[in-house]
Write a new protein. Sequence first.
Length: 337
Amino acid sequence: MPVAMKAVRLHQFGGPEVLRYESVPVPRVKPGEVLVGVHAVGLNPPDWYLRDGYQRQQLPPELRPSIPLPAIPGSDVSGVVEAVGADVHGFSVGDEVFGMLRFPSFGQSAAYAEYVAAPASDLARKPAGIDHAQAAAAPMSGLTAWQFLIELGHHEPNPLQPKAHRPVPLDGKTVLVNGAAGGVGHLGLQLAKWRGARVIAVASGSHHTFLRALGADEIIDYTTTSVEDVAHDVDLVFDTLGGPATARFLRALHRGGALFPVFPGFAAAAEAQERGVTVSMTQVRSNGAQLAELAGLLDDGTVRVAIDSSFPLADAAAAHQRAEQGHIRGKIVLTVR
Ligand SMILES: NC(=O)c1ccc[n+]([C@@H]2O[C@H](COP(=O)([O-])OP(=O)(O)OC[C@H]3O[C@@H](n4cnc5c(N)ncnc54)[C@H](OP(=O)(O)O)[C@@H]3O)[C@@H](O)[C@H]2O)c1
């Protein structure tokens, strides 16, 4: 096993230019962990939130984590088990695995690297039918959609609201997915279809063929149409943008419906109560067992991961620049091996 590896680190917060490709020690595995030789890394918004020190996100101060520097960003990987720590059952050297590591634990997941020490409980076997780039692209977006829509899967306190988040039945229901072409949106759309929902997908015009291919029943181009003017009597809005603007979806829901925003900022509790709409959110948590269930759907093609773009690990800054342009279709990945 080599003692040094290449990784991407930041020594100060800022734009994509603070990401430095450099040599660092290979991490050591602790009990309960395996060393993964990383083949691909999936990018997620928390990667750029961390990079800029949580300056631009309108997060309440209590949700702004403090990040020790230097830090290796990233949480999602796919790769091969290279070493196994004590007390690990179910994984052996040579296994292909994927996972979202130690989330939420800001700055501790350290995925932008050639090797990563991964809690075995955060990993699942990589589906044989997809490649490492697709597998690395799935965990955070897939687990977010899973924990919002299918099953929460844990009893940890909810940092975003006093109550535990509870998914609602989807079979035969109408689900509107806002931001449907993005990482969380395109997987949420497919999970809702898998569970028997009729899906209205909201995205800019360039994604419409893509969304039809994923199974969207109806598509709204938010650049030309106000969603709340045309969508009515919806059972569930899964808003993968969230923030204060999510309140406008209350008008699209019927009494008894639910609004699930993925990002904090909802501030219309009185209107929601008046309209009889439940508003609920949660923060995604690492979960290897749920990922194993999702792996089955990825393997048999029920759920497909789309790759927006791919960059070598050394070009992580270019990948972050791509993210800053927005309009992401699927996922951005880094290739490592
Ligand atoms: N609660 C949690 O634990 C959790 C977990 C993961 C992610 N998140 C949050 O979820 C959000 C989305 O993450 P992601 O990875 O899916 O991001 P993403 O891949 O960048 O997707 C965002 C999508 O939204 C679309 N969009 C942008 N403006 C829009 C608008 N005004 N109306 C409708 N669609 C719009 C974009 O494409 P077009 O504009 O071209 O349609 C893009 O496809 C982030 O804020 C992230 O922090 C929360």
